[in-house]
Unconditional design. Sequence first.
Length: 318
Amino acid sequence: MVVIVDTISNPLRPRHPEKVNRPDSASPPKPDWIRVRAPNTRGYAETRNIVRANGLHTVCEEAGCPNIGECWDKKHATFMIMGDTCTRACAFCNVKTGMPNALDAAEPQNVGEAVAKLGLAHVVITSVDRDDLADGGAEHFAQTIRAIRAACPSTTIEILTPDFLRKEGALEVVVAAKPDVFNHNLETVPSCYLTVRPGARYFHSIRLLQRVKELDPTIFTKSGIMVGLGEERHEVQQVMDDLRSADVDFLTIGQYLQPTRKHHAVMRYVPPDEFSSYEKVAYTKGFLMVSASPLTRSSHHAGEDFAKLKAARAASAR
């Protein structure tokens, strides 16, 4: 369980000021299949040191990802650009909320250098939401992509972006930088948006993913949802249909885990066999790649999955 107060950067400032006065929401005990080991390997320590030395943030830490030990041991880190403070306050998310600082102009180059030091063949770049910026941070994403290309020309790049809501022209800037994979998560089913993702609009996110394909059909598109937030099975299947209507290639489905008692409660722990069923259904709907399991996260095994994604596209083109 992650504490609600950020005692590192400012011991007096709540990590989630908008959630402090909410009543606690109790979740059921975690089942055995959702438990993971604490990180304590040499590879984990080396990855952490490189992240610290370059003054970078990772969503692995900020969002309390359960796979951090496994991924960092392999030196696979998902960099979170544009600071560690988000302008939105989604009920599921453990990233700090508030008014962010100005963008760090050196960050794109620092990310490129860190990718080179880690020797990554595939890297995932995500960000906080920056509704305070005129372009939502689109140009910063583009600069980061270009900096990685300059430092590591052979590294493939996957981005996980915000929705750039009401930021005209922002998406086009990011797509023009030509990431290999464009990921934007729906997070949940439409009926849960008001309580889980109130700052976003479901069909705007669907349209954003569709627009990426219209702008550059060669870019792989990807999206993911969490289950255990109160959704019904038929709603998950409808999300699959909506994503396929937008020509999305890759779907991830994982179990929602409550960061603190002030966040949205876990309504149910979905057993592994249901994830297997979702995966089978998703493949019948035409996705090139599907990852569905309790511990599936957007960037988990991203490099291996990208290789499978390319192979699936090549096979479908024969």
